[in-house]
Design a protein around this ligand. Structure first.
Ligand code: MN
Length: 503
């Protein structure tokens, strides 16, 4: 029997447990609290905050998050041992994700036990966790490669022993949507979660298939973090359900992008540029045909409205750009060239694009200034710059700048020399404007330590965003150059009225 979506789909987020098991990722308790707070705010129902037995830091995180009074249920991963379950209860978790291996492969090779042993462990674990007052989600690890009759017995006995919920784990991403539809209905004897991995790129499809077949809760992680190829990405799952399947999820979708960015920053795992929903390019257009279409009616090439996930459309300029997109970008910066001038600007932009370069806002405006014959006095110019870094010193940068003709000296320390340099620059203009660094990106153009380094930055002031670039063999100077170019543009904007410019 096929049951379509449960009336209310629940979300169990495991960014802080399975997501943290992404190789190289480790989150301190306060970082976990930041992410958990945002997860609760966005509307996630259960947050798995870690593995109680893993370390003292993990337990401190459980305590910290459990005490924060979040609206979500706070859960922790435990094995079926009294020690693990005691940790969960003692550190304030509401619930346990009680995981037991159910495939013969895991039972025999990993645990060197028998099915009967594991069944007993599972039931004792459930009984003890209930005694300790915890909500129990009994989870079958590697369930997709297990004997389904055995999984069914573990689940039924588990529910009889007091398990509140069940979870089917496709631990190595072995399911297909077809197989999911076959297996899941029979196992939905209690509220059932589905936990998928993306080893074959099917995590999302399998999760949706399970939710259509009787599962009512989806395990997911922000940005699809997780062991190996990761888990079902929360942002894709939510938008799929909302838009392709018309299911109201109750998730505050407009917070999705800021949550994705927060998790990326705190875990240090960058967002793949072409990732669905949250990747940099997901709402960026360059080609002339697409841009032209989007400017006329966004739905022509945008299946999701960017605002719906808290994003903005970006028109990127390059060799594929047409006149419409260049004109649109110029209007955004308050430039109003004549038709002839616009044609010349487009030709020059395509020329830069042909050299294989990404065109920043500062590049576009420099071209426009040249074509419109505008003499621009920079608001800000660098007189002197020094940076100290090494072992046993706090990286420190000092700058002398002229800002609106006035000489300003400032200094800053930082996490590294680039951080210190940018800090000193931001301080120097702090009296005039609050400029924030939104993004920082480095490319080495050639190999070797004498390579030309290209730094692209995204700066913002009162919501206005500008991209600019610096290219030097010295990475710190390339960063300084990029930031000064961007600051000049942002500061100049407010003192000029380009509509009065010739042309
Ligand atoms: Mn997993």
């Amino acid at each position: 029997m096929i049951v379509l979506f449960a009336e209310r789909i629940r979300f169990f987020d495991t960014t802080l447990r399975d997501g943290e098991q992404t190789p190289g990722v480790s989150l301190s308790p306060d970082k976990k609290l930041k992410i958990a707070t945002k997860l609760a705010d966005i509307g996630v129902h259960v947050i798995e905050v870690g593995s109680a037995a893993a370390s003292e830091g993990e337990r401190q995180a459980i305590r910290l998050i459990a005490d924060a009074g979040l609206t979500a249920e706070i859960c922790t991963y435990v094995r079926a041992t009294r020690g693990d379950i005691d940790y969960a209860a003692d550190y304030g978790a509401d619930s346990v994700h009680l995981v037991i291996p159910v495939s013969d492969l895991h039972i025999q090779k990993k645990l060197r036990k028998t099915r009967e042993d594991v069944m007993r462990m599972a039931l004792e674990g459930v009984t003890y966790a209930k005694e300790r007052g915890l909500i129990v989600e009994l989870s079958g690890e590697d369930a997709s490669r297990a004997d389904q009759d055995y999984v069914f017995r573990v689940f039924s006995n588990g529910v009889e022993a007091g398990a509140d919920r069940l979870c089917f784990c496709d631990t190595v991403g072995f399911l297909t949507p077809e197989r999911t539809r076959e297996i899941i209905p029979r196992l939905s004897i209690a509220p059932l979660s589905i936990h998928c991995h993306d080893d074959f790129g099917f995590a999302l499809a399998n999760t949706i298939a399970a939710l259509q077949s009787g599962a009512s809760c989806a395990h997911a992680t922000i940005n699809g973090l997780g062991e190996r190829a990761g888990n079902t990405p929360f942002e894709e799952l939510v938008m799929n359900l909302e838009i392709l399947y018309g299911q109201k999820t109750g998730i505050k979708t407009e917070e999705i992008f800021s949550l994705a960015t927060l998790v990326s920053h705190l875990t240090g795992v960058p967002l793949p540029t072409n990732k669905a929903i949250v990747g940099e390019m997901a709402f960026t257009h360059e080609s002339g045909v697409h841009t032209h279409g989007v400017l006329r009616d966004a739905s022509t090439y945008e299946p999701v409205k960017p605002e719906l996930v808290g994003r903005k459309r970006r028109i990127m300029l390059g060799k594929h750009s047409g006149t419409a997109s260049v004109a649109a970008a110029l209007v955004e910066h308050d430039y109003h060239p004549s038709e002839v001038q616009l044609k010349e600007i487009v030709t020059r932009i395509k020329g830069i694009g042909d050299e294989g370069k990404r065109i920043t806002d500062a590049d576009l405006l420099a071209v426009a200034d040249a074509v419109l014959n505008l003499e621009r006095k920079p608001v800000l110019s660098l007189q002197q710059f020094t940076v100290v870094s090494g072992s046993n010193v706090i990286p420190t940068a000092s700058v002398i700048l002229t800002v609106h003709g006035e000489e300003i000296t400032n200094a800053s320390t930082g996490a590294g020399p680039v951080d210190a340099a940018i800090g000193a620059l931001r301080r120097s203009v702090a009296d005039v404007a609050e400029i924030r660094l939104e993004d920082y990106h480095v490319d080495a153009i050639t190999g070797g330590t004498d390579a030309l380094v290209e730094v692209t930055v995204k700066l913002s002031k009162d919501g206005k965003i500008i991209t600019s670039r610096g290219a030097r063999t010295d990475i710190i100077m390339a960063s300084v150059e990029a930031v000064i170019a961007g600051m000049n543009r942002l500061l100049r904007e407010e003192h000029e009225d380009r509509s009065k410019n010739p042309g």
